[in-house]
Write a protein that binds this ligand. Structure first.
Ligand code: AMP
Ligand code: MG
Length: 409
């Protein structure tokens, strides 16, 4: 392996440190309505101002009683109590006189004086008089106020990923808006004089795939993709547009694609290299040429232009770095060990991330499409990446390999 190549793991660490450095004193926060907070990261802990449950209530459909009134009850020697009334869910808190029972529904407030609920199954279900066949200890089938969440308790710590249950408990506690870490604001910049503006490329021109692809990848990673900048292979024009966007964008990251390899018109490398952005070769296929640095104080990550390389590079370097920077609890794509259905050999000295299809029922994985980086159509039909280590040698069919599950969030 050539000593001039940087390992993928080293470049990943470099990009992670770069993006985290944007807000070294803590990622900025913003207030978000609870109804729009799914998949966001809580910026501050939430303490409850109220108990949950809010009041003592019944855990079962049954009868609210004083436990002392039914002490010793058995099927052979049941206790009969008059039924003083019904307590449906939503009723106000009533009173239970000694020696009486009240029919109570799940979630209805326990009447003052009662200290237990006898589930309907342990009774004859009577509506004027109830026959109770088993005794119940004080507290039986009572959901005590504050037993789930106590007043003043930290119910969710900072850094919580807001999924259904956290959003649900906040709704139950009456919280309507939450302080969340700002989604990383990412400017996507596609480069290349061959890129045409939709819809009608002229001869020799192509449509911009990377703008849409990287914007979608940014959003899927939890970021916010700002407008896509499109620039021709013209260094002064590229720098002018970039400087303008950086000066006015309040950006957390600039992502460029194209113009970083060894051709004659490498607009990103030629424009940003002299400004101190570092361009390196990474021992990875696809995605060997990479760049990273800052522009106007904003981190910039320069990805190769081939769409397959750009997306694979995003997966390996940028996605985990964005998530780490905002404190997302899941930085890395979920990986599984799967059984390879055909033999594979990676390129010598390079880690290979090979498009694949993963059968999640059988645990088998099959390479999908050719190894070259010009096959976006094939990538579109893949749902996984086989991660072959550098210098791993040939891998036989039937071997267990590491697979990134691209359908896992
Ligand atoms: P480059 O690294 O700029 O030489 O680009 C490598 C290959 O990727 C070339 O074939 C480009 O035409 C292609 N390419 C670069 N940028 C894009 C893009 N935004 N959309 C689709 N293809 C691209
Ligand atoms: Mg180019």
């Amino acid at each position: 392996m050539s000593t001039s190549l940087r390992s993928a793991a080293d470049h990943q660490r470099q990009v992670a440190a770069l993006i985290a450095s944007r807000h070294a004193d803590g990622w900025p926060a913003e207030v978000v309505p609870l109804t729009q907070s799914r998949d966001r990261i809580l910026a501050e802990p939430v303490a409850s101002a109220e108990p949950l449950p809010a009041f003592d209530n019944s855990a079962m459909d049954g009868y609210a009683v004083r436990s002392a009134d039914i002490a010793g009850a058995t099927a052979q020697a049941p206790v009969r109590l008059p039924v003083a009334g019904d307590i449906p869910a939503g009723a106000p808190v009533g009173d239970l006189a000694p020696g009486q029972a009240m029919r109570i529904m799940t979630g209805a407030p326990l009447p003052r004086g009662a200290d237990a609920v006898v589930e309907v199954e342990a009774t004859d279900g009577g509506t004027t008089t109830v026959t109770i066949n088993e005794e119940r200890a004080s507290g039986s089938f009572v959901r005590t106020s504050g037993a789930d969440v106590a007043v003043g308790q930290e119910v969710l710590p900072a850094g919580t990923l807001l999924g259904p249950a956290p959003i649900g408990v906040l709704a139950a506690l009456g919280v309507r808006e939450v302080s969340c870490r700002r989604r990383p604001r990412v400017l996507v910049c596609s480069t290349g004089s061959e890129l045409a503006e939709d819809p009608d490329p002229t001869a020799g021109q192509i449509r911009d795939a990377n703008g849409a692809l990287l914007a979608a990848a940014v959003e899927e990673a939890g970021g916010e993709a700002l407008r896509t900048l499109w620039v021709a292979d013209d260094v002064p024009a590229f720098l002018a547009l970039l400087d303008e966007a950086v000066a006015h964008g309040d950006l957390d990251l600039v992502l460029t694609s194209g113009g970083v390899s060894a051709g004659a018109y490498e607009v990103v490398k030629d424009g940003l290299g002299p400004r101190g952005v570092e361009f390196v070769k990474v021992a990875m296929q696809p995605g060997m040429p990479q760049g990273s640095g800052t522009v106007g104080g904003v981190p910039v990550v320069c990805l190769p232009g081939n769409p397959v390389s750009a997306l694979t590079s995003f997966e390996v370097f940028v996605r985990p770095a964005l998530r780490a920077a905002v404190g997302h609890p899941v930085e890395q794509r979920a990986t599984v060990r799967a059984t390879l259905t055909e033999a594979l050999t990676g390129p010598p000295g390079k880690r290979q991330l090979r498009r694949a299809r993963l059968d999640r029922r059988t645990g088998e994985v099959s390479p999908w499409g050719p190894a070259g980086s010009g096959f976006l159509g094939w990538f579109a039909g893949a749902d996984a990446l086989i991660d072959l280590p550098a210098d791993g040698g040939p891998v036989a069919a039937g071997s267990l390999v590491d697979v990134w599950d691209l359908l896992a969030r």
